[in-house]
Design a protein around this ligand. Structure first.
Ligand SMILES: NC(=O)C1=CN([C@@H]2O[C@H](COP(=O)(O)OP(=O)(O)OC[C@H]3O[C@@H](n4cnc5c(N)ncnc54)[C@H](OP(=O)(O)O)[C@@H]3O)[C@@H](O)[C@H]2O)C=CC1
Ligand SMILES: O=C(O)CCCC(=O)O
Length: 461
């Protein structure tokens, strides 16, 4: 018998085991995908529709599971279940509309046309902040297009992913076509490595940090995989002096404090024009006091749950402290509720400047950090001074400004006079280092199809 030390330490065994599980899953998915691509699109769409109805029928169960697992309040969890289901519903319908086109022939006896075909076996790695919706935003279009989708959810939220995929199997979607590969945080790189390097996987779709997205892109480059990357944001929320201030405050509450500030499209940097600064801050402070209640998300009336883990709380604490050290003013909140708890008070800071860390990257916590500005040009220039061009928000009643500024903002998405931009029918995605590709809408389906051009030469003129 081999001495134990020649086999190696336990972690590397688990690493190898994860790679092996991933490899087996890819092999099974490769066969399942060939069969699935041959299923008539109408039948694929019907199975997705059944999945959609099963998700909605189990809304309460899924929402309670998510609140227990992830922490977001029950009302928000219910909203996410419906949001997740809406991707399945939308892509079930869009699958029927994968139109090709015909082109003018180059010569009299040739005909040129295009068809859309599934990319093949795809894989996705999803985050904990939207454990259902980020999965269906990727699996919905992939399955609709005729692809397989291997899913690796975040270690913090495997149960939500397993529950929603079980409903897919119940709806008639083969398990081998849509396996969910769970593992602990230490071994996510093992599964990630297999999914990004196995040549049978044709596409990788990721939502998470820019740091991990860049690792996955490098790994995927070896086999030239298609990638969709939905990475970090640093959203500006611009309030012009002609804005409807109560509406801007309402948008701020929705955009900033959804999921306790843990979304990549949360307002991250508030820019408020001088003339309306004090009124906006006052009304926002009032709204935070009246509308935000911290606590157990299963209890009635709670709107703010805990952050995801200890390191998330520490990061927010450090950002707030750095801002205060550099001259910010604390208007409300500013600390965790009690030692060792992961609940962080809804926080309002003013006198924030671009030198502070809180203005430079994702806060991912319930902190509204307010900067002031004087002119439209200054607002645009400061808003655009980030590499994380995902979402942006603009509040103004001047229609010329709406066009001028929304076209000038270097972001993939602009919410004008609204703090909520999420919609299954719209293309979600970023520019610069915020990512590659679009999810949702018809663009979201195209991410899972290849365009094939066919040149048909006729025998006779
Ligand atoms: N754009 C967005 O929506 C999100 C942005 N973030 C940002 O990222 C920060 C950190 O959050 P965090 O959860 O650590 O985000 P990560 O980017 O680390 O995690 C996102 C997903 O990637 C997985 N993952 C991590 N490392 C690897 C790897 N080497 N190979 C394959 N998969 C990997 C994770 O698995 P596991 O959980 O097992 O580690 C998880 O499923 C947040 O504070 C926020 O700023 C976070 C989540 C979502
Ligand atoms: O934080 C994210 O990456 C997901 C954004 C959720 C949404 O689509 O609204």
């Amino acid at each position: 018998m081999l001495p134990l030390e020649t086999i190696g330490p336990l972690p590397s065994c688990i690493h190898l085991f994860c790679c092996w599980v991933g490899h087996q899953a890819v092999t099974a998915a490769t066969k399942a995908q060939r069969d699935w691509a041959r299923v008539p699109v109408k039948e694929r769409a019907q199975k997705l529709k059944r999945w959609y109805h099963l998700i909605m029928d189990n809304e309460d169960y899924l929402a309670r599971l998510m609140t227990t697992e992830q922490g977001k309040p029950l009302a928000e969890a219910r909203g996410e279940v419906a949001y997740a289901a809406s991707f399945v519903d939308w892509f079930a319908e869009e699958a029927l509309r994968q139109y090709g086109d015909t082109h003018p022939p180059g010569a009299g006896n040739e005909r040129i046309y295009t068809i859309h075909q599934p990319v093949g076996v795809c894989a996705c790695i999803t985050p904990w902040n939207f454990p259902l919706a980020m999965l269906t935003r990727k699996a919905g279009p992939a399955l609709a297009a005729g692809c397989a989708m291997l899913a690796k959810p975040a270690a913090a939220t495997p149960l939500s992913a397993q529950a929603i995929s079980a409903l897919a199997y119940e709806a008639g979607i083969p398990e081998a076509l849509f396996p969910v590969l769970t593992c602990d945080h230490e071994h996510s790189s093992a599964i990630g490595e297999e999914l990004t390097t196995n040549p049978a996987v044709r596409k990788i779709s990721f939502t998470g940090s820019t740091h991990v997205g860049s690792i996955l892109m490098k790994q995927a480059a070896g086999t030239i995989k298609r990638t969709s990357m939905e990475l970090g944001g640093n959203a500006p929320f611009i309030v012009m002096d002609d804005a409807d201030i109560p509406a801007a405050v309402d948008g701020a509450i929705k955009s900033k404090f959804r999921n306790s500030g843990q979304t990549c499209i949360c307002a991250n940097r508030f820019f408020v024009q001088d003339a309306v600064h004090d009124r906006f801050v006052q009304l926002l402070h009032d709204a935070m006091r009246e509308q935000l209640k911290l606590g157990n998300g299963l209890e009635d009336g709670v709107t703010q749950g805990p952050l995801i883990d200890e390191s998330a709380v520490q990061k927010v604490e450090e950002l707030v402290q750095d801002a205060l050290d550099k001259g910010a003013t604390l208007v409300a909140g500013g600390r965790r509720v009690e030692p060792n708890a992961w609940f962080f008070e809804p926080t309002l800071l003013t006198d924030v400047s671009s030198e502070m860390k809180i203005a430079q990257g994702e806060i991912f916590g319930p902190v509204a950090a307010i900067q002031r500005f004087s002119t439209e040009e200054e607002a645009l220039q400061r808003a655009n001074s980030t590499e994380l061009g995902l979402a942006s928000y603009l509040f103004t009643k001047d229609i010329d400004r709406v066009y001028r500024m929304s076209e000038g903002l270097e972001f993939g998405m602009v919410g004008v006079n609204t703090g909520l931009i999420s919609n299954a029918g719209a293309p979600f995605g970023g520019v610069k280092q915020a990512g590659v590709g679009r999810e949702g809408g018809s663009h979201g389906l195209h991410e899972y199809t290849e365009v094939k051009y066919i040149n048909l030469k006729l025998g006779q003129q």
